[in-house]
Design a protein around this ligand. Structure first.
Ligand SMILES: CSCC[C@H](N)C(=O)N1CCC[C@H]1C(=O)N[C@@H](C)C(=O)O
Length: 350
């Protein structure tokens, strides 16, 4: 019930009494329910009730964390059944997730004051508990093993899609799913930061960016390696070395108390020194957990500050349209006195 007590405390700080949780990651985090797309959680001063339907009668009971009450009901029955409990309360709703039509349905049935809240549960999720860390480590260890198996297949004459399929098959054989569509971007396609695998054939001299993660028991990993096939040009090698320098420097800089924007600047300044400021077209990284992109935000202008227990990516890149690109990404745990790198796949030196 510790998490639910933390929610109640956060509600009290906002002058609220109850929370209707509809974001699937938050439903899962607070209740343990493994099919959170089909669940909603109502946290009130006296109870925490998971609502789901008859497809999950057994599953929800098995999954529910201690102290979570399970009610099996169709969605509107659930809402009507809870009307008495919430009557007169100041109720938080997750503004970033609840749709306008879902809110309308609640308004028709509940006599409450609705208050959109932002980041209430997400703030709790920033700090990973030991069991969550174990889940992320297991997902990353699996991704490292699968990458080692597939790495020899990244050769001239093979399609990007074949590499993506091999990675996905490796993950699925181990009981995981891909955390997101596998990115395999070779040659000029390397200039696409989100270049999901295509039918392009990998050629001699290509750099190949492979960005993928495992989702294992709900927790995600995220890692990128850029590998060389044959002999890439001197210009591509220069860009690779610059990105590697930026990535390693940023990883070494990770420590609790550091502002996320300052960490972003560590990598960005190095790339700028190599004339690649414009080529680094995205943020340095992000938090990883039940969702691949979650807090903290490692970006210019971010107000976030690193704290022990956060799991983040460090992933600078350089993208040059018409030429290609490089990205190198590690998954990193912020510890009490620094950092621990969770991704262990070797990085090439070109
Ligand atoms: C579709 S999930 C992509 C996972 C990947 N490792 C990743 O997070 N990337 C790839 C390039 C940029 C980065 C990203 O999408 N960053 C976001 C948070 C941004 O807005 O910069």
């Amino acid at each position: 019930m510790e998490k639910i007590e933390q929610v109640r405390a956060a509600l009290a700080r906002r002058g609220l009494q109850a929370l209707w949780v509809s974001d699937p990651a938050n439903v899962r985090y607070l209740s343990g329910f493994t099919h959170p797309d089909d669940g909603r959680l109502l946290v009130t001063p006296g109870a925490a009730v998971l609502y789901t339907d008859g497809r999950y009668t057994v599953q929800a009971q098995e999954d529910a964390l201690p102290g979570i009450e399970v009610v099996i009901a169709r969605p509107m029955e659930a809402v009507e059944g809870a009307a008495g409990t919430v009557a007169g309360m100041k109720l938080g709703i997750e503004g970033a997730h609840l749709t306008v039509s879902a809110l309308e349905r609640l308004r028709e049935r509940w006599q409450v004051q609705f208050h959109p809240v932002e980041g209430l549960v997400e703030e709790l999720r920033l700090h990973k508990a030991e069991d969550e860390l174990a889940g992320i480590r297991a997902a990353q260890d699996l991704a490292d093993r699968v990458f080692a198996e597939v790495r020899p297949q990244i050769q001239a004459g093979v399609r990007e899609l074949d590499i993506a399929i091999a990675l996905e098959q490796g993950l699925r054989q181990a009981g995981a799913t891909p955390a997101f569509d596998v990115i395999v971007a070779s040659g000029v396609r390397g200039a696409l930061p989100h270049g999901t695998a295509s039918d392009k054939v990998i050629e001699d001299g290509d750099l190949v960016t492979v960005d993928f993660g495992a989702n294992l028991n709900g927790y995600n990993s995220d890692m990128t390696r850029t590998v060389a096939v044959g002999q890439p040009s001197d210009e591509l090698r220069r860009i690779y070395s610059a990105v590697l320098e930026a990535e390693e420097a940023a990883v070494r800089a990770v420590r609790p108390g550091l502002k996320a924007a300052e960490l972003d600047a560590v990598a960005r300044d190095i790339l700028a020194g190599h004339g690649l400021a414009e080529a680094f077209a995205h943020s340095l990284g992000h938090g990883v957990g039940l969702v691949v992109h979650e807090g903290p935000r490692l970006a210019q202008g971010s107000e976030d500050v690193l704290k022990p227990g956060m799991v983040i990516t460090i992933e600078p890149g350089a993208y040059l349209p018409g030429l290609g690109g490089v990205r190198i990404e590690d998954l990193v745990l912020v510890t009490e006195d620094g950092y621990e790198v969770l991704s262990h796949s070797p990085k090439e030196t070109l």
